[in-house]
Design a protein around this ligand. Structure first.
Ligand SMILES: [Zn+2]
Ligand SMILES: [Zn+2]
Length: 419
């Protein structure tokens, strides 16, 4: 009956899973929390019925670039019957809190707020303004969420100097820190071919055309995976390709027509491309080898983002001496008696890329050590001690970030503009 855990459970109990996330209920909950914390709040609907909640804790020097703590309110769907605990109850069993979103990423959203609650209770006053955003639609690409937000006047006026966004759990004792992420390319390839009798052997059927491609894609996948298995590359440094659907056949009332070779077949792939990869050559490979017109194939992208910014530079956040926030973050984690690994490229995708694209440094971090990676999996859970420890860690981070005096280039510019 710890009120901190009860608040986390309350948030987890709101079903914000796609395709029908209950965003309004989540918004009401966040707003009630903001009220209890005396934070300023506003609700912005860049797209109707997709509220974004923006909270603000004003700093003593409002001219300094601010800190943005970002999280998404939506979660991926569940197959409830495959869960050992109901996915929207937030039940605690053996000290583990079970729910969709317990790792990805309702934990982080509420840890931000709980750390602010503690800092306020200790009379901490931030030098820099702290914003906390709760954003819709991350799990379906962020187009009506972070993309709109990062490109809005609201965002410009916030003068954000650093964004914190989600990371990944770590099975060992070291937290993981992310300076970049792979970009999604969701590819559908389609094969066409002459239909015919199920008993006839002939060339150029849709199924054969598709399977040749699937074989080629699988070879590429294996080669990339081998680099990781051999320890030559990290997970986030290779191109991942996974087949996520196969669709073909002529439906019948009892299943599929068995003596007819279909005239169309398609397959879908979730591809993730690191910012250090040659995306253009991958696209050529897709057009020439994975879906060649010569084999009666076509392709389309359901989602595609460039790994480069408008100047052709890979989208990443500096993690060397040129980015003082990185050292501050490491120092703050250290001060909270936790360890961290070397900077990584996030293997999936997050909203952070939209902020990085605007030239704002963004670090991916979810304070979950000693934790199985269960995001998007059945029985997602987070240990309650680990959750509580994360709150402490954010206190340490916010103390460091919000007290950071004017030393970055952007700070100097802000102060010069003011004079
Ligand atoms: Zn997430
Ligand atoms: Zn996710």
């Amino acid at each position: 009956d710890d009120p901190i855990l009860q608040r986390f459970q309350q948030y987890l109990q709101i079903d914000t899973s796609h395709p029908t996330p209950n965003y309004h209920q989540a918004a009401d909950f966040i707003l009630s929390q903001a009220k209890s914390l005396s934070l300023q709040s506003r609700t912005i609907e860049f797209v109707k019925n997709k509220p974004l909640i923006l909270l603000k804790w004003p700093g003593k020097n409002p001219n300094l670039p601010s800190i943005l703590l970002n999280s998404h309110t939506d979660v991926v769907p569940v197959e409830p019957h495959k869960w050992s605990h109901p996915p929207f109850a937030g039940e605690i069993s053996d000290g583990n809190i079970f729910a969709r979103g317990s790792q990805d990423m309702k934990c982080v959203g509420l840890q931000y707020l709980e750390s602010i609650r503690n800092l306020k209770a200790s009379n901490f006053e931030p030098l820099r303004t702290i914003y906390i955003s709760f954003i819709p639609d991350e799990e379906i690409g962020g187009h009506d969420g972070a993309d709109r937000f990062a490109n809005s006047e609201v965002f410009d006026e916030m003068n954000v100097g650093i964004v914190l966004d989600e990371g990944l759990a770590s099975p060992d004792e070291s937290y993981r820190l992310f300076y970049a992420e792979r970009c999604p390319m969701w590819l559908v390839i389609k094969a066409a071919g002459a239909p015919g009798h199920g008993a006839k052997l002939y060339d150029n059927t849709a199924m054969e055309n598709l399977l040749k491609s699937v074989e080629i894609v699988r070879r590429f996948r294996a080669a990339q995976f081998d680099l990781v298995k051999a320890g030559l590359k990290e997970e986030g440094e290779v191109v991942s390709v996974n087949m996520v659907f196969l669709k073909a056949g002529t439906p019948s009332p009892t299943g599929f027509v068995m003596n007819l070779q279909p005239s169309e077949a398609q397959a879908g792939f979730d591809i993730r491309v690191p910012p250090i990869a040659d995306q253009a050559s991958l696209e050529r490979r897709i057009a020439e080898e994975w879906a060649p017109a010569s084999r009666n194939m076509t392709f389309e992208f359901k989602q595609k983002m460039s790994v480069y910014d408008k100047n052709g530079r890979p989208i990443l956040t500096a993690h060397d001496g040129s980015n003082p926030w990185w050292a501050l973050l490491e120092g703050a984690i250290h001060k909270a008696n936790r360890k961290f690994g070397k900077p990584e490229i996030f293997p999936a995708s997050t909203d952070a890329r939209y902020f990085r694209l605007r030239g704002v440094p963004a670090i991916g971090f979810s304070p979950m050590a000693n934790t199985h990676i269960l995001l998007h999996d059945h029985n997602e859970f987070l240990n309650k001690e680990e959750y509580l420890k994360g709150i402490e860690v954010y206190e340490s981070i916010l103390e460091a970030f919000a007290s950071f005096p004017a030393e970055t280039k952007k700070d100097e510019e802000a102060i010069r503009d003011e004079l």
